[in-house]
Write a protein that binds this ligand. Structure first.
Ligand SMILES: [Zn+2]
Length: 200
């Protein structure tokens, strides 16, 4: 008997905050959420290391504090930085998880969501492997749609935002090539989940 692809694709987040279908690559860069608050915000980012270079292991190495800083001139400025996100969606749509959704990952930095600061406290960070200069892959939108659907069932998510929305002037990702209308349609979520789009 063959297993149906659909059955294989079913994703859940377990009690410990890990996605069943993700490759687990634990990062040491996290801490407990203050007051054990549950995440209510999803933040979409892009990342590539070095910028515009896709497919290597540098993101993983960076989030696990084992980047070879001598391997590329750009990496020098990352020395000593401690960064993570809950998820990275690679160009082929594969999902990697670095931090439990129950914990606080270090993805947003100085940030504010409608007056509420320290967005890392109450958000889940999803990095799309990409940059501000290139379109994202169809497989990445599909994976993101699935991931958001699972997270919205598991946690009291009430909003989604780009990193540039919560850190304007400091961050530009997910950038001009991230197709928000396409993403909104794909999630099937109502427009109230996208407060920054409503403002525009
Ligand atoms: Zn970002």
């Amino acid at each position: 008997m063959t297993q149906s692809p659909r059955a294989e694709a079913i994703a859940t987040v377990d009690a410990d905050g890990w996605l069943s279908t993700a490759t687990r690559l634990p990062s040491p860069n996290y801490e407990a959420r203050p007051g054990a608050i549950e995440p209510t915000l999803i933040v979409v980012h892009n990342i590539s290391l070095p910028p515009d270079d896709f497919g290597g292991d540098a993101i993983r190495d960076f989030f696990q504090n084992r980047l070879d800083h001598d391997a590329h001139p750009y990496f020098e400025q990352l020395r000593g930085m401690r960064v993570s996100a809950h998820f990275v969606i690679r160009r082929d749509g594969a999902i990697e998880q670095y931090v439990s959704c129950n914990d606080r990952a270090w993805h947003a930095g100085v940030s504010e969501f409608f007056g509420r600061e320290r967005c890392n406290d109450f958000s889940i960070g999803i990095e799309l492997e990409g940059s501000d200069r290139f379109a994202f892959e169809h497989a990445q939108y599909e994976a993101l749609q699935t991931l958001v659907g699972v997270l919205a069932k598991r946690y009291p998510i009430d909003a989604l935002a780009g990193h540039s929305d919560i850190a304007p002037g400091r961050k530009t990702d997910p950038g001009p090539h991230f197709d928000w209308p396409r993403f909104v349609r794909a999630t099937g979520l109502s427009s109230r989940f996208f407060p920054y789009l409503n403002q525009a």
